[in-house]
Design a protein around this ligand. Structure first.
Ligand SMILES: Nc1nc2c(c(=O)[nH]1)N[C@H]1C(S)=C(S)[C@@H](COP(=O)(O)OP(=O)(O)OC[C@H]3O[C@@H](n4cnc5c(=O)[nH]c(N)nc54)[C@H](O)[C@@H]3O)O[C@H]1N2
Ligand SMILES: Nc1nc2c(c(=O)[nH]1)N[C@H]1C(S)=C(S)[C@@H](COP(=O)(O)OP(=O)(O)OC[C@H]3O[C@@H](n4cnc5c(=O)[nH]c(N)nc54)[C@H](O)[C@@H]3O)O[C@H]1N2
Ligand SMILES: [Mo]
Length: 775
């Protein structure tokens, strides 16, 4: 692969011509171009389907056709004509498939029929749906305790599927719900619930049109939320500030051309998307926000003396908040030198950020994985919240907090009860409605699930979508843990590595995708999703199913449930005939969903509401809570430094432009100038020389952790890049073998994917990992 690859800096703006060219290329490369075009035009339309890409929402008034390059790739990828069927599995053994790259695996097409692993021949062989369900039920019945099973969910599952799944799993008897959220926005939920009483963003799309300043923190929307670029550009046009906080100069944040404004494309012009760009140290954001707060406090005190207008919003603080004094004491106690050293920014930079912040009456803070995948992510996000509370920037139009979600329905899945630490009111509601004893003990998150499988305490793994084996940290250990299982089951659309890391028994259960027509007894069914702005809407597939043997996710869950529990606690078959019946149960149990079916009739769906946005605080104190946390003494985990190890660099693991999480659409990362390659590591040229290498050299990356186990990935090409010194960046999932399972966020258990202490070594030949091996 690397022979063909090359590095060439990208000259054009984000989106615009480059984006359209790339989409057209993927259309032409598809056997189903026409069909896909039709599907694409219906994406995010009121009677079309919800884009299976990201969770970004839309303004409900706009009549514009909404799609973006990467949404188009997601649609195209799902509606491929290629098939992974019985003939395919007869041709390749599981061991042979395991030697292929992740890219090759998914590229083979859509899974077409249920398959069961045959250990004797090392091949997957066809199995009937009924036999598959019976096998699962047998395994589940055989466990000594329901807590020996793990039920994973990826964030593409619909509300209906997620609700049925949690109902089945709780009726079976466990709260073991590891989910992709554990590796994603967990910290956003934890930090916001505690301080604001809600675990979700407080802004809606319209707020972006009113804000004076929008901070985009640790997020790369040009690649991961391309539809967000338009409101950002509009904001800059009307004179608002877009402030980016990101160690990398992400193309989409620097300049942006909208693919649907032809005039601008002809002139090849581009509007600047950001008006200020700050590049902190990895994990340095908390220090930066603490520094901003310290400037605000300084100016507030000066204003008290001079009689200038107050910097803080005292009316808001007095009426709505609690904990100001301890917080300000903490701000006072934080030394400027500590702030400067830890943030990686100069005090002049931090002062500028604070000035922009103070000049704006209405500020929105957006963030994604750059804030959530750290050890101290919760206090970091709480520092962002502190700052917003100081100026009353929560619960007023044009202001608020916006964790920008990843998977298209990851937020909805949590709302439906995919939660390993379910709140008591949810369990009470389920118990009352369905009349069974709901398990009360908290279940396993993703890290705990891996540990349980590793130690033999969990024996069955079921994955509702996703790619657990690759999305999780410490790849070798995780793979070994999955192999310990008596049974692994994957409900999926495409072949991926999780299907090849099998338990003793293993099933692949192929399901309909978001783009496909879902026909049940009572007719064509729609499903619902919730976007990042808490808007719930219907989605109808448009394309005929890839194969007649596919079943919908709700149908597969109902099949497993019926085989395991019979008609307890509901008549699963009857429910499945018409998804309105599932939605009626949701209406009965989940707050905010009263008259669910009725309210869905409104085009564009409905808003679930957000108490913090209304300045109602469902916190312990009944107020919005300031949090006083001391800045971490050091960012590198003591479990590394206490061994005397000093890292060469701190590595963040991120997405290229041509991937959707573990799904690789291609091997290019256009905006970062990488073509045909994925085993690259971006490093500052000074660091490359300091470490005794030259750009282009092949190196091994070895991570540091107290257990002394070797975690290594091999043969990565050093790319000299505009990145702050001391940092490195490389793609996930290839670098997941480096993330120690026990290196996770305090209170979140989110792997520290954006902060891995590494050594850089001369490449050892013949030591490449399977995920990057050439296909
Ligand atoms: N096309 C496409 N769309 C997607 C996805 C995809 O893979 N492909 N994935 C979806 C999912 S599940 C998610 S969660 C989102 C992810 O969306 P993002 O969070 O944008 O994804 P990442 O690639 O992880 O990018 C993290 C960004 O944070 C920056 N960063 C890293 N560490 C730090 C730090 O310590 N501080 C600061 N300030 N910045 C930092 C990185 O330089 C990078 O720009 O996107 C969703 N949408
Ligand atoms: N090092 C590192 N690790 C990370 C991250 C990181 O930034 N760095 N990011 C983390 C984040 S934010 C997330 S969200 C997780 C993602 O973790 P997952 O959600 O587990 O992974 P995906 O790659 O999104 O899953 C892709 C697979 O989902 C299946 N699929 C696609 N569509 C459907 C569908 O409609 N139904 C069903 N049943 N299956 C479908 C396909 O078979 C496909 O192979 O990874 C996490 N891991
Ligand atoms: Mo995510």
């Amino acid at each position: 692969m690397s022979e063909k690859g090359h590095i060439r800096p990208y000259g054009g703006p984000a989106a615009g011509w480059g984006a359209l060219k790339s989409v057209t290329k993927s259309w032409l490369g598809s056997e189903n171009a026409f069909k896909n075009l039709k599907a694409m035009l219906k994406t995010n339309q009121s009677n079309g389907f919800d884009c299976p890409g990201c969770a970004w929402g839309e303004s409900s008034e706009s009549a514009l056709v909404r799609f973006c390059e990467n949404g188009a790739k997601a649609v195209n990828w799902e509606s491929t004509g290629r098939s992974v069927d019985q003939a395919f599995f007869a041709r390749y053994s599981v061991s042979e498939l395991a030697r292929q790259t992740d890219y090759w695996l998914e590229y083979q097409g859509r899974l077409a029929q249920p398959m069961k692993y045959d250990r004797a021949t090392d091949h997957y062989v066809p199995v009937s749906w009924d036999d598959a369900f019976t096998l699962i039920a047998d395994h589940l019945h055989r466990l000594e305790s329901p807590d020996q099973a793990e039920f994973y969910t990826s964030g593409r599952a619909s509300n209906e599927a997620a609700f049925l799944y949690q109902l089945f799993v709780r009726a079976y008897g466990t709260n073991n719900f590891p989910d992709c959220s554990n590796m994603c926005h967990e910290a956003s939920g934890v930090s916001m619930k505690e301080t604001l009483g809600v675990g979700k963003g407080t802004v809606v799309f319209h707020d972006l049109e009113l804000a004076d300043a929008i901070f985009v923190i640790g997020q790369n929307p040009g690649t991961n939320h391309p539809r967000m670029l338009e409101p950002l550009r509009e904001a800059v046009k009307r004179g608002a500030q877009v402030v980016c906080i990101n160690p990398l100069k992400e193309r989409g944040l620097e300049r942006f051309q909208h693919p649907q404004h032809p005039l601008e494309m002809l002139s090849n012009g581009s509007e600047p998307t950001s008006s200020a760009y700050f590049r902190p140290a990895l994990g340095g954001d908390m220090a930066m926000f603490r520094g901003m707060a310290k400037f605000l406090l300084k100016w507030e005190r000066e204003a008290e003396v001079t009689g200038a207008p107050a910097v803080f919003d005292h009316a808001f603080i007095n009426k709505h908040t609690s904990g100001l004094q301890p917080y300000l004491a903490e701000v006072d106690a934080t030394p400027w030198e500590h702030i400067e050293a830890q943030s990686g920014l100069t005090l002049a930079d931090i002062e500028l950020a604070a000035r922009i912040y103070c000049r704006a009456e209405r500020v929105i803070m957006c963030w994604a994985m750059g804030l959530t995948q750290h050890r101290h992510s919760v206090p970091t996000i709480q520092e962002v919240i502190n700052l917003q509370l100081l100026r009353g920037n929560v619960g007023k139009p044009g202001a608020g907090l916006s964790p920008v979600r990843g998977h298209s329905n990851v937020q909805g899945d949590r709302t439906m009860g995919i939660d390993e630490q379910p709140p008591a009111w949810l369990l009470d509601a389920i118990e009352q409605r369905f009349r069974f004893r709901v398990p009360r003990a908290h279940g396993h998150n993703a890290v705990r699930a891996i540990q349980a499988m590793e130690e033999g305490r969990a024996r069955v793994f079921v994955g509702l979508g996703g790619n657990f084996a690759q999305a999780t940290p410490d790849t070798r250990r995780t793979h070994d843990a999955l192999r310990q299982c008596a049974l692994t089951v994957n409900i999926a659309t495409k072949l991926n590595r999780s299907h090849l890391v099998t338990g003793h028994d293993s099933l692949i259960l192929p399901c309909l995708g978001r783009t496909e027509i879902d026909m049940q007894v009572e007719g064509v069914q729609g499903i619902t999703v919730e976007d990042t702005f808490s808007m719930v809407h219907l989605s109808f597939g448009q394309l005929p199913p890839h194969s007649a043997e596919l079943r919908s996710e709700p149908a597969i869950i109902a099949g497993i449930a019926k085989a395991t529990l019979g008609n307890h606690p509901v008549d699963w078959d009857w429910l499945l005939e018409d998804y309105n019946r599932i939605r009626d149960l949701i209406a009965d149990t989940i707050p905010g969903f009263q008259d669910f079916n009725l309210r869905l009739q409104k085009p564009g769906g409905f808003y679930l509401g957000n108490t913090a946005a209304q300045r109602l605080w469902k916190t312990a104190s009944g107020k919005a809570q300031f949090t006083a946390t001391t800045l971490p003494r050091q960012l590198v985990n003591e479990r590394v430094t206490e061994r005397g190890d000093q890292p060469d660099l701190i590595l963040q693991t991120m997405r290229s432009h041509d991937q959707y999480n573990t799904t690789l659409y291609g091997l290019d990362d256009r905006y970062r100038g990488v073509f045909g390659l994925r085993d690259v590591v971006f490093v500052n040229e000074q660091d490359i020389r300091r470490l005794g290498f030259a750009p282009g050299d092949k190196v091994d990356l070895v991570s540091l952790w107290e257990d002394g186990k070797e975690r290594r990935v091999s043969g990565f090409q050093l790319v000299a890049y505009d990145i702050p010194e001391g940092q490195a960046a490389a793609y996930y999932p290839e670098t997941n073998p480096l993330v120690p399972l026990e290196s996770y966020g305090d209170r979140t258990f989110t792997p520290t994917s954006k902060f891995v202490a590494i050594k850089v070594e001369k490449a050892l030949p013949g030591n490449r990992i399977a995920t990057v091996a050439a296909g």
